[in-house]
Design a protein around this ligand. Structure first.
Ligand SMILES: [Zn+2]
Length: 310
């Protein structure tokens, strides 16, 4: 699935990591350069076979990957980074994410609190990234790799360790511009605890709307040519979530009730946009509604501190 337009010199290939046997849920993006290739995202340890197959399809092997650009360190984006580093790749990351790649224990404990016994099935093995292979960037930095240049843009809101990368006319948006799967136009925001923060999120989207690009490549999933529409749709999704949260949380429901209500609301929005059941299931695997409900709940209680935690 190559994408090439007249304003981009380089081709971008979409590698489908076939996460949990579901097509078009998690992508890694492959950009060949004059001496190998870079990846934007590498997916979790559980999809390494699919990553290798995807590389082979374009005549690359793992050790041709010179650099991996991580939008953030959540395991569905970055879990395999340690393994790629062992195979020689440099790993590019946000400064707040770097310590957790060097020493993944805290990251794994935090993910373990969310995913429990599903940890291994979902994410596979997570290896640390050695310091020698870790490269930390700052907001606005242009990063050169052979004949490629990617610009890192600090974009918190989904996570505090989140970069979007601008490459030629494409924005690799990670999770900050939401999850959008191929099919009827529909977009969902992934709002996991503990760092979901709508104000920061809105600022990040505003920041991106001031940058020039016309293609957008969310990690979940694909390259879309209507970047402006996509960003405005993400803004609208944020407005909707805030209005929903205000209403739902005023009744001070227990988290389990909030979760049920949120799942119902997400289903309603999917039906309104004309999604079929399989596609709704894909959205749920990629970005579980129950997880976002927990993120919303925590934000309301701990960040806004509207009510004492019961
Ligand atoms: Zn994420």
């Amino acid at each position: 699935m190559p994408v090439n337009t007249n304003r981009s010199k380089h081709r971008i290939f979409i590698l489908d990591l076939n996460f949990m046997e579901i097509k078009r849920a998690i992508a890694a993006y492959l950009i060949p350069h004059s001496n190998g290739a870079v990846l934007v995202e590498c997916g979790p340890g559980s999809t390494l076979d699919a990553l290798q197959l995807g590389l082979e399809e374009y005549n690359f092997r793992i050790d041709d990957v010179t650099d991996v650009f991580l939008t953030h360190i959540h395991l569905d984006h970055a879990g395999a980074a340690g393994w790629l580093a062992r195979n020689g790749a440099r790993i590019h990351v946000h400064p707040i994410g770097a310590p957790h790649l060097l020493n993944p224990e805290k990251l794994l404990a935090s993910a373990g609190r969310i995913y429990g016994q599903l940890m291994d099935t979902l994410w596979g093995e997570v290896l640390p990234v050695p310091q020698s292979h870790l490269i930390v960037h700052h907001d606005g930095e242009n990063i050169e790799v052979h004949d490629l240049v990617l610009r890192a843009i600090d974009t918190p809101g989904h996570a505090n360790h989140h970069f979007a990368y601008i490459f030629e006319n494409t924005c690799f948006s990670g999770d900050i511009a939401g999850v959008r799967l191929p099919g009827p136009p529909h977009l969902r925001l992934p709002m996991p605890p503990p760092e979901f923060h709508p104000e920061k999120w809105r600022n990040s989207l505003n920041k991106l709307s001031q940058v020039e690009f016309d293609h957008i490549a969310p990690t979940h999933f694909g390259i879309y040519t209507d970047a402006k529409w996509h960003i405005s749709r993400a803004n609208k999704a944020l407005d909707d979530v805030e209005a929903w949260m205000e209403k739902a949380m005023t009744a001070d429901p227990p988290v389990e009730v909030l979760q049920e209500e949120f799942v119902r609301w997400a289903r309603h929005l999917s039906q309104r946009d004309g999604l079929d059941k399989d596609l709704v299931d894909s959205y749920e695997v990629t970005n579980p509604s129950w997880m976002s409900a927990h993120g919303i709940y925590r934000y309301w209680k701990k960040v806004l501190n509207k009510q004492p935690e019961g």
